[in-house]
Structures are given as C-alpha cells and as structure tokens.
Design a protein around this ligand. Structure first.
Ligand code: ADP
Ligand code: UDP
Length: 241
C-alpha cells in the first residue's frame, strides 16, 4: 500500500494517509526527544530499531488476544496500521518506582509496586501532559467511563503478557505508556511500545536499556543505540526460537 499525504508529524513518528481510507502508514523517524521536546536529537538507526521492537511486541500481544492497530511491517522504518480515532489520554503502568513517580512521592527508585500502579495523563504538550483521573475524563468527556474501565483492564492484561516476555529475555519491565483508540467504537491498542515509551532494565546488572539513557545524557548517541539494539536482538532471538 502506498503513502499519500502526511496526516501528522509528531515528536518521533510521522503518520501518513494511504490509498485505503481505513489504513495509515507510521514512519518511525530517528528523532528522539525528552522533557516534552525540550531535549531533542537525531540518532541514526533508532527509527528502524523501534519499528522492529514494536513489531515484535505487538505481534506477541495480538497472538495473546489483544486488539492492536498492527497490520504489517512494510519496511525498516514503516508500519502499516489500522486508522484509529485516538483517545487523548496516555495510560501508564508501573511495576517498579521510577521517573515522575519518584519525583512526586518519597520512594526509592526500583522499589517493586504491588499491585502495579495504573495512571492516566492527558495528551497535551502545551500543559506538559498533566496527570488526570477517571473523574476528569467523565466531566470533560475525554473518554467514557466504560472505555476507561476497558483500557485499564487491557493495560493490566498487556502487563501480564509483557512481564513474561521480558522476563524470558532477562529484562525487567519497570513501566510503560500505552495509547488507545477506537475502531467501530471498540478499544484498540495504537501507537507504539518501544524503549522510547517504556523503562527496561537488564536483570543481570540493572543497566537501563531505554530512553532514560538519553534523558540523563542527551549527547550519548552510541550508548542509546547500543541499549536499544540489545533489546531488539534479545527479542529477535526469542522469536526465532
Ligand atoms: P507525539 O504526538 O506525542 O509527538 P509521535 O511522534 O509518536 O507522538 O506521533 C505519532 C502520533 O500518531 C501520535 O499522536 C499517536 O496518537 C498517533 N497514532 C498512533 N497510532 C495511530 C493510529 N493507529 N491511528 C491514528 N493515529 C495514531
Ligand atoms: N512516557 C511516554 N511518553 C510520555 C510520558 C511518559 O512514553 O509522554 C513513558 C515513559 O517512557 C515511562 C512511563 O511512560 O516508561 C512513565 O513515565 P513517567 O510518568 O515516569 O514520566 P517521565 O519521567 O518518563 O517523563
């Protein structure tokens, strides 16, 4: 399927319309950003690594009954997906304390969170994606009560599937962010799962294998790419087995 016009250029991906109105092509660019675009770099190879990682993960989720936008990986950097009406919130699941949680409350990084914590944030760059709750969604009409309950339950299901997957490749799934959309009024997982949108630590030495490397040292491109490649190669070996 061929790209037609550009629909949206985000911070790390560009979304294109295709000849078929119900399908989009997502181009994973080499751009990486943090602090809501304040830190910005271009790391050669990052787009294709994230496209590969996302494809492995979404395939695994689909095989386990999770409805995803994934159709086909059509090139190193491009993914064909079903067009969704994206919901304006980000769902975050935390298995261990890190990132904004340890800034918000007095807790040590790495502490296991039992049960894992589910949080929601409004997708709004101008307001730095503020944390919200189900009551905000209902009052402001961002997501219906029914859809939010479904998103929460799917996020926990995805966490179970991915905890097992990453444990099998000796990686701790610390936390991750998901975006959902609607297709025929049904909740479907969209966007991506990659080291840009999840915290992944090596079980052996607790080394960070995700965007925190960039957040902490924005010019260290080789370190970031090596870490992302390690995640991709472990997933690839897992799927070859
Ligand atoms: P951002 O918008 O945060 O800068 P990206 O660079 O990742 O993020 O841009 C990708 C955009 O594509 C996001 O806004 C995301 O919500 C949207 N998107 C992801 N999957 C789909 C889909 N299947 N249908 C429609 N839009 C999608
Ligand atoms: N995350 C994301 N996009 C965002 C905000 C967070 O993908 O706009 C991911 C982030 O990579 C981490 C998880 O969601 O895996 C939790 O992020 P946190 O709230 O700790 O915020 P951060 O400090 O990472 O901005």
């Amino acid at each position: 399927m061929k790209k037609t016009s550009e629909l949206y250029r985000g911070k790390s991906k560009t979304v294109y319309c295709t000849e078929e109105k119900d399908f989009l092509i997502i181009h994973f660019r080499d751009d990486i950003s943090a602090n809501n675009g304040l830190k910005f770099q271009n790391f050669a190879g990052k787009g294709s690594i994230n496209n590969a990682i996302n494809h492995f993960v979404m395939t695994k989720l689909q095989d386990n009954g999770i409805k995803c936008h994934l159709e086909n990986k059509i090139s190193d950097n491009e993914l064909l997906v079903k067009k969704l009406i994206m919901l304006p919130i980000e769902c975050v699941l935390r298995n261990r304390a890190a990132g904004s949680l340890i800034k918000r409350i007095d807790i040590k990084e790495g502490i296991v969170l039992n049960p894992p914590i589910f949080e929601i944030f409004l997708k709004n760059d101008m307001k730095n994606d503020p944390m919200i709750n189900h009551s905000y969604c209902e009052t402001f009409g961002w997501v219906s009560k029914k859809h939010l309950i479904t998103m929460k339950s799917i996020t926990y299901k995805i966490n179970d599937i991915l905890n097992k997957l990453f444990n099998d490749i000796s990686i701790i799934l610390v936390d991750f962010k998901l975006e959902f959309g609607l297709l025929n009024n049904e909740i479907v997982l969209g966007d991506e799962f990659s080291p840009d949108t999840a915290r992944l630590w090596d079980i052996k030495n607790m080394d960070k294998l995700d965007k925190d490397l960039f957040r902490k040292n924005p010019t260290n491109s080789s370190g970031v790419i090596q870490a992302y490649e390690l995640v991709a190669s472990r997933l690839s070996n897992y799927f070859i087995k």
